[in-house]
Design a protein around this ligand. Sequence first.
Ligand code: SF4
Length: 686
Amino acid sequence: MTATRTTCAYCGVGCGIVATRTGARSVEIKGDPEHPANHGRLCSKGTHLGETVGLEGRLLHPMIGKRRASWDKALDLVAKRFRQAIAEHGPDSVAFYVSGQLLTEDYYVANKLMKGFIGSGNIDTNSRLCMSSAVAGHVRAFGEDVVPASYDDLDAADLIILVGSNTAWCHPIVYQRIRARCDAGAKLVVIDPRRTETCEGADLHLAIRPGSDVALMNGLLAHCREAGLVDEAYLAASVSVPENFWDSVGEGSDLWSVARTCEVPAADLRRFYELFAAHPRTITLFSQGINQSIRGTDQVNAILNLHLATGRIGKPGAAPFSITGQPNAMGGREVGGLASSLASHMDFAPGNRARVQRFWASPTIAPKPGLKAVDLFRAMGEGRIKALWIMATNPAVSMPDAGAVRDALARCPFVVISDVIAETDCTPFANVRLPATGWGEKDGTVTNSERRVSRQRALFEAPGEARPDWWIIKEVGRRMGWPGDFAYARPADIFREHARLSAYQNDGARLFDLGDKVAIGNADYETMAPFRWGGDAFADGRFPTPDGRARLVPVAQMPLPAPLANWPLTLNTGRYRDQWHTMTRTGLSPKLSRHREEPLVEVHPEDAAAHGLEDGGLARVSTPQGASLFRVQFSTGQRRSEIFTPIHWTDRQSTGGRTGLLPRPLVDPHSGQPGFKSTPAKIEAV
Ligand code: SF4
């Protein structure tokens, strides 16, 4: 039995795994003691990966409609229908909607086909729903989407601030590391409207009003300025400060006003300020509570402003740290898998477009950014998208206002799905389904939250007729008329090209540069050890902007909406500890299902009494977008008038718990990320 070093299938922590195959479809899983992300530790989801490698529910053959088809027939049809749509309606009439579950090599080929050969920016990813506000915030402040922190920084921090993150459940191995650092004396502050497991053992929990994060961060920064904690030397050397910046911070930022806006006790706020003042080595780790907001980018920049202005960046134990949800959200960002970036951290500026087109020697290049996820499905609902290819994701469940997304899919004349799962909530809309390989069968690279690139390696032969995503995409590219440009034989070929593009005429303009990997041989790619690109980013006080300086971005707290008469509650959504996305994999593990067996709506007991709800009874949660049933769980961890439901359940698993039907399709104006965390709602007993 040979042990294979690979990485976990789930979250952006990116833990290393040693997998030992024990049978045709069985494997023993252990944490990789040599992987820098986890040093041998695994959480419950990673530990039970071995329970999820069976072939139950797998899509094993290409399907045209309900009929099994040969690969040739299915691929020819996909290429023909995409070509037809482009010829009749132009390149922007087609789109790819892809996933942070794809490996970087898959993402690269999909992005190249859409932007360089089809000539549209219409490739977006479910990572849009997860961290695109962090991307937009990084670009505004640093000039490039660079996370300026590593997990080692957690070991060096004296103060760790978790904002909008139930880290104990959603990034458990990072949380274990934080706890270990706290055991050694570091302080922990949790900023979250809900009291979650992450708050246990914290030195301070600020249960702020949802959406008041900018007021909180600006208030802290105003206090820092008064207390002489702004690092004037660092600002002078490394940061551009717009003329109106300090005015924007100062407005309404005295302690009492901030406490009122955030609805937290002034004494707790003062304690937060004191902790910040006393511990310069500060990590502020933020996640979906910050990103999944219609003000997400401003919230990100409020955090980045705080770190830049106090010089708490580019030093050991001092940085803002966006932690990603999916296993390869970062890899997708690197290749240009978001509609808003071109490739290799380049935007659509004319010089970049010319450079990328030259590199690809492509017949065209996307002239502008494409449609972001919510706009993409809206355009589809309006009949503007004639052919869509969904790869490894389930937008009929995961998009906000998922009912409208289903209607949009029904209007699209041609829908292709490549997936490992035979029946998903999108299946009824598919004209063609293509069987893809899944975790344990595919081979390539992923990038985790700290910019560490690791190999994912195959443990099993591909089942049935399943093929890797990169192979499927390149076969369509070849059939659309570009055989020489998509002539990859193996993932290593794609990785080398990706590395070459990252370094092509870069000249230090971008930190993302894999120049030292352009000549990596096939054998070395197979054994490649995890590595971090970008090194100790910003340690020299230089940033990838034209003048080398970071930028403070003026951001103001927007007025918070009053409750609506018919929708008196605010719905927040999120994950459970032992489930992942729509449970297609974690749902296979009996052990993981024990943690939460059904979807619950968490309600403060006083709200429950006001609405006639019983603990353990059933309730219908409604919003202007839709309604679904949940079992009621009383929770004093909820703020009054706020309820919480999990994102995982779909029609296939349950008649209720359909959280995706409920959120509004409203987005942040900079990032296009939907605001999943605060939807006006009501609840009634059934
Ligand atoms: Fe996998 Fe994330 Fe758990 Fe690590 S923390 S084992 S990457 S799910």
